[in-house]
Design a protein around this ligand. Structure first.
Ligand code: CO
Length: 647
C-alpha cells in the first residue's frame, strides 16, 4: 500500500462513517429483510436502494463508526405491479417503514430496472404489429435488430393511465459489434405496457428506407491511425499529493468525503478548506440531482423522447468501470462502489470513481518590465470524476479543486447521438444532418446540480449580483460608471433566478454572521454556466415535468425530504412535483439552511463532426471564494522544481 492511502475501504467490513457508500453486506441485508417482510417476496424487483443520509446537523453524523444506518428501498411487485417503499435499518435488518404507494392511490413509477430492458426487447420482437412494421421497411431477420427502451414520458393518453409505459425504438445492426445507430428503423415507435407485459401500440407513421452506410469507430475499423504522436507520460515519482482514508479525501488544503449512490452517482460531502490552520466549511453536499434530455422533433415517432437520466435510470447504477491510461492518466486512485441489481443482489462497480491531480497551467504570474524579474507559479487541480453510460450517450461528471480556493464542476458529453432518417438533399427544421441519409434530432441536455452550501457555517443567504450601467448625467458625466447592484433572495417566492449575460450576473452564497477582515460577509461566488435554458414550451409535458430546466438558479429552504427537483418519482410523472411544489411554502431564505439548485445544459444541433461518435462537449460552472480569504490564498504555492524548470 502506498503512503498516500491511509486506509482502503473494506467492502466486507461495516461502514466506518455515516456517509460511506452502501456496502455489499448492507445491500444484501436490506434486500433479504424486504423480501422476508413482503407478502410475496419472490415477486419483487428492486428498483432503487439509497442510503438515508442523516439530515444536516443531525447528531448521527458525528457517530463514527455508525451504530446503525437506514436504507430506503423502492420495489416493484411483478404480479401486483405495486410500487412499495421500505425503510430498513442495518445491520439489524429491521424493517421500520413500509408504504404500498399504489395501494394508497399514489401514482409513482419507480426508475426503470435493467431487468426490464430485456423484457422490452422480447415483448417488442414478439409483437406481430412490430414485425409487420419492420417488414414494411424491408427487414425480415429480426435477430440483429437493436431495441432501445426509452422512458415514456406522460402525454395524458387515456389508454396509458396508471400503466408502466416504455417506448421502444429499433435500429438494425449488421453484426453484434456494428454501430446500429447508423441504421435507424425510422418512422415507427413501439409503446410497451410493462404493467401487462404487452405491446400497447405500434405507431407506424411513415415508412423510410433504412440508411445503409456503416459508421463504426471501434478499433480495427479500417481507419489508419495518425503516426506523429510522440509519447507524453505523466510521472509522479513520489506518488500523488492527495491522501485517501476510506471515503475521505484530502489534498493541499482541501478535504471532503465522497460516496456513490445508484440515483445521483457520485456525491461530495463536507467540503472544507484549511485556512492557516482553521478548517472552514464551504459545501455540506454536492451532487447531480436530476437531468433531462428533451428532443425537439415534433413527429409522431419522435416527440415523446425526453429521458430523465438521474430519476428514471440512475447515474450510479449506470456508472462505468474505468481504465487506467484511457479514462484517467497519471497516479490514479480508484474507488470501487457497490450497487443493487433488480434481484436485490449487490454487485461491484470496480474503479468507478477516479481521483487524481493534474497540472493546469499558470496559477498566477507577475513580471517586472522595468527592472526584470518574473514570478510564476503553476497550478495543480485535484480531479474527482465518474462516467455513466445512459443508452447511447456517455456522460462524465467532473469536480475540480484548485489551490486558490476555486471549485469547478464540469460535465463531459460524448457517445453516439440518437438518429433519424433524412433523405439526401432533404431538409428538416428539426434535424441536423450527420451522414448521407442520417440526421440527429435537435435536443438539449439539461442538468441540475444540487448544492447544500455551508459557507463558514450552516446558515447562509444568496445574493444576486448585477453589473449595471449608470445613466450619463452629473454623477456619471463620461458614461463609464459601473454599479454593482446586489439583491438578497429573501423568500422562496423570489427563489427562482434567471441568468443575465448583459449584466454579468452572478450569485454569492454569503454568511452574514461571519465577516471578513474588511467587514463584508464571507462569500463564495457562483458563476453560472452561460447556456440556454429548456427551449420546449412551458406548457409542454417535458417542461411541466422538468421545470427545473427552465430557470438557472433556484434557492429553497433545506428540508431533508426535498431531494430531487422533479420529485422522487419522475418516471412517467405528470409534472408539478419537486421544486415548484415545495416553493409554494414561500419559506424564508435569509440566513437559513438553504439549498441552491443550478440548472444548465447544452443545446445540441447535431453536426457531421458528431458522427459516428461525438467528441467531448463540456459544460459547467465555478464556485470561487469572494472575500472568503483576506488575500490570494495561493501565495504559498512553491516555485516549480522540475528538471526543465523555468528558473
Ligand atoms: Co446531444
Amino acid at each position: 500500500m502506498s503512503d498516500y492511502i491511509a486506509r482502503v475501504f473494506d467492502p466486507e467490513a461495516p461502514p466506518s462513517h455515516p456517509l460511506d457508500s452502501l456496502t455489499p453486506g448492507e445491500i444484501r441485508t436490506a434486500a433479504t429483510a424486504v423480501r422476508a417482510q413482503a407478502s410475496d417476496g419472490k415477486d419483487l424487483l428492486f428498483s432503487l436502494m439509497l442510503l438515508e443520509e442523516p439530515p444536516r446537523g443531525d447528531d448521527r453524523l458525528l457517530e463514527s463508526p455508525p451504530r446503525e444506518r437506514r436504507i430506503r428501498v423502492v420495489t416493484l411487485n411483478q404480479s401486483s405491479r405495486h410500487t412499495e417503499e421500505w425503510t430498513v435499518v442495518v445491520p439489524s435488518g429491521q424493517v421500520v417503514g413500509h408504504e404500498d404507494l399504489t395501494a394508497q392511490g399514489i401514482t409513482a413509477q419507480p426508475p426503470i430496472i435493467v431487468d426490464e430492458f430485456m423484457d422490452v426487447e422480447r415483448i417488442v420482437k414478439e409483437s406481430p404489429d412490430w414485425q409487420a412494421a419492420v417488414r414494411r421497411r424491408g427487414v425480415e431477420d429480426f435477430e440483429l435488430i437493436q431495441v432501445d427502451p426509452m422512458s415514456g414520458g406522460n402525454f395524458g393518453f387515456e389508454n396509458e393511465k396508471g400503466l408502466r409505459i416504455i417506448r421502444a425504438v429499433s435500429y438494425l445492426a449488421r453484426n453484434k459489434e456494428d454501430n446500429a445507430y447508423a441504421h435507424p428503423i425510422d418512422g415507427m415507435v413501439t409503446y410497451v405496457d410493462l404493467t401487462n407485459m404487452r405491446v400497447l401500440a405500434v405507431v407506424d407513421d411513415e415508412v423510410f428506407p433504412i440508411p445503409q452506410e456503416d459508421s463504426n469507430f471501434h478499433d480495427d475499423n479500417g481507419i489508419s491511425p495518425r503516426l506523429d504522436l510522440k509519447p507524453l507520460e505523466i510521472h509522479q515519482p513520489e506518488g500523488p499529493s492527495f491522501k485517501v482514508d476510506g471515503w475521505e479525501v484530502s489534498w493541499q488544503k482541501w478535504s471532503f468525503r465522497v460516496s456513490m449512490n445508484a440515483r445521483e452517482g457520485m456525491v461530495l460531502h463536507d467540503i472544507v478548506y484549511d485556512d492557516e490552520g482553521t478548517k472552514r466549511s464551504i459545501l455540506s453536499r454536492a451532487a447531480f440531482a436530476e437531468m433531462v434530455v428533451p428532443y425537439g422533433d415534433p413527429r409522431p415517432s419522435h416527440f415523446w423522447r425526453s429521458a430523465f437520466d438521474v430519476g428514471e435510470y440512475g447515474l450510479g447504477a449506470l456508472a462505468n468501470s474505468l481504465t487506467l491510461g484511457c479514462d484517467c492518466l497519471g497516479s490514479i486512485y480508484y474507488f470501487d462502489t457497490y450497487m443493487c441489481d433488480g434481484q436485490g443482489e449487490p454487485y461491484t462497480l470496480e474503479r468507478s470513481i477516479c481521483l487524481h491531480e493534474e497540472d493546469f497551467g499558470v496559477l498566477w504570474r507577475g513580471a517586472n518590465w522595468r527592472y526584470g524579474g518574473n514570478w510564476v507559479r503553476r497550478t495543480r487541480r485535484l480531479v474527482i470524476s465518474f462516467w455513466a453510460t445512459v443508452g447511447n450517450y456517455d456522460y462524465g461528471f467532473f469536480w475540480y479543486f484548485y489551490q486558490d480556493g476555486t471549485i469547478e464542476c464540469e460535465v463531459k458529453l460524448t457517445g453516439i447521438i440518437q438518429t433519424a432518417y433524412l433523405a439526401p438533399g432533404d431538409y428538416s427544421p428539426y434535424l441536423g444532418r450527420v451522414a448521407p441519409e442520417l440526421a440527429g434530432q435537435h435536443h438539449q441536455h439539461m442538468f441540475c446540480v444540487r448544492l447544500d452550501p455551508a459557507v463558514d457555517g450552516p446558515l447562509n443567504s444568496v445574493v444576486e449580483v448585477d453589473a449595471v450601467p449608470v445613466p450619463m448625467g452629473p454623477e456619471n458625466p463620461h458614461g463609464n460608471a459601473i454599479r454593482k447592484v446586489t439583491t438578497v433572495v429573501e423568500r422562496e417566492s423570489q427563489g427562482r433566478r434567471d441568468t443575465n449575460l448583459g449584466s454579468a450576473r452572478t450569485w454569492q452564497i454569503i454568511n452574514e454572521a461571519q465577516s471578513n477582515d474588511f467587514g463584508s460577509p464571507v462569500a463564495f461566488k457562483l458563476s453560472p454556466a452561460q447556456t440556454a435554458m429548456m427551449i420546449a414550451d412551458a406548457d409542454s409535458s417535458v417542461a411541466r415535468r422538468a421545470t427545473f430546466a427552465k430557470t438557472a438558479v433556484w434557492v429553497t429552504r433545506y428540508s431533508p425530504d426535498e431531494r430531487f427537483p422533479s420529485g422522487d418519482y419522475p418516471n412517467l410523472s405528470s409534472g408539478g412535483d419537486g421544486l415548484v411544489s415545495w416553493m409554494k411554502q414561500d419559506r424564508e431564505l435569509h440566513q437559513q439552511p438553504i439549498v441552491v439548485w443550478h440548472s444548465f445544459g447544452t443545446t445540441h444541433f447535431a453536426r457531421p463532426e458528431d458522427w459516428p461518435v461525438m467528441p467531448v462537449e463540456r459544460i459547467g460552472f465555478m464556485l470561487k471564494p469572494f472575500g472568503f480569504f483576506r488575500r490570494n490564498p495561493a501565495l504559498d504555492v512553491p516555485t516549480p522544481e522540475s528538471k526543465d524548470s523555468c528558473h
